[in-house]
Design a protein around this ligand. Structure first.
Ligand code: MRU
Length: 347
């Protein structure tokens, strides 16, 4: 078990939500406190917190803050007064379905609440948080079982403790497989332009004493050609009913390269990331962020002024390129609509 569990991306303390500011990691470890839902939505939008499960957990705590404010405003009608805050949270980021799943899960509880809603909603938000950690540990075991001895693995973006309630999805599998002595080395894509790999994944690995080497994502093909990796292990922001996976932009190219080089491709995601209402990847909304993220780096212009920039921050990997999807309910090899329907009908 890793020491990294001491670092929490999202933490409820002293009746407030604290979120670790991931924009300034790893140089600065600083928490920002939130006591209203609109500010939580801004924190999600501006990537104080990021990673699909962590966004969902932050939103769940955001609902607790929203309910507190709505009840103070009008104790009789808090269920209608809370709506603008729920809408504000829903508008914060479009692709990670965990956000909408968490809002729906919290809202489904409203009808049964009598009196002040805060205590009950807080225990539900805490349950969403702890269930996510339990799911990650389960997925860690299920994914690690597939990894053979002396394997190199490549991961993309950050699907670690920072992106979840704790332990991580893709990094959870890597942590478990490393603890079992199966992984000889972890390679981490830098993940431009936001550098989640360089700043966050590398930090998590270094803190856990897991040997990690950074590479520019353009180097991934050559890494595979040199046979340094047996697996690519990534997380997901949304998995469609047919098994297509939206994840950090660049994931799709890695999956194409993996198939060409005979490298196995594993997606690790809790069932809260599965969206059975999206029939396939084309129905997943893909966030496009500002051109500034490509034009500037840490406040300094790096691109030629006058050049346009296109900044989709996710892409869709077709199910046919995925060898295995690991969830807390079990593994699905070569995911398909039939297999995912069976998985989702399991309790
Ligand atoms: O833009 P981000 O940093 O929120 O994107 C995060 C990812 O793409 C992760 O890989 C994904 O959310 C899985 S996190 C367990």
């Amino acid at each position: 078990m890793s020491d990294f569990n001491l670092v929490k991306a999202v933490d409820w303390r002293d009746e407030k939500l604290r979120m670790l500011d991931q924009r300034v990691l790893p140089e600065t470890v600083a928490y920002i406190e939130y006591s209203d839902a609109a500010a939580v939505a801004e924190g999600i939008r501006h990537m104080v917190v990021r990673g699909a499960p962590a966004i969902g957990i932050a939103a769940a705590y955001g609902v607790v803050l929203a309910a507190r404010a709505a009840y103070a405003q009008d104790a009789e009608n808090w269920r209608s007064k809370i709506e603008p805050d729920l809408e504000c949270l829903a508008q914060s980021r479009p692709t990670a379905v965990n956000l909408f799943w968490a809002l729906k899960t919290m809202k489904a509880h409203f009808a049964s609440i009598t009196g002040h809603p805060e205590t009950e909603l807080l225990s539900l938000a805490k349950k969403i948080h702890t269930d996510d950690i339990v799911a990650n540990q389960k997925m860690g075991d299920l994914g690690a079982d597939l990894i053979g001895l002396d394997s190199g693995v490549l991961t993309h973006c950050n699907a670690g403790a920072l992106a979840t309630g704790g332990y991580g999805t893709a990094l959870g599998v890597i942590r478990s497989a490393f603890a079992q002595g199966k992984i000889n080395h972890v390679y981490a894509d830098e993940t431009r332009p936001w550098m989640q790999g360089a700043r966050l994944t590398a930090w998590e690995m270094v803190e856990d004493h897991i040997p990690v080497t950074l590479l520019a994502e353009g180097a991934a093909a050559y890494l595979m050609k040199l046979k340094r990796i047996k697996w690519i292990v990534v997380g997901a922001d949304r998995v469609a009913a047919n098994g297509d996976v939206a994840n950090k932009v660049g994931t799709y190219s890695l999956a194409v390269l993996a198939r060409h080089h005979g490298v196995k491709f594993m997606v690790v995601a809790p069932t809260s990331t599965l969206d059975m209402n999206a029939m396939n990847g084309e129905q997943i909304p893909i966030e496009e962020r500002s051109a500034e993220e490509l034009h500037f780096s840490y406040g300094r212009r790096i691109a030629a002024a006058g050049a346009q920039a296109w900044n989709p921050v996710f892409d869709v990997t077709p199910a046919g390129l995925i060898d295995v999807l690991v969830t807390e309910r079990g593994r699905v090899e070569q995911p398909s609509v039939e297999k995912l329907s069976v998985l989702m009908s399991k309790i």
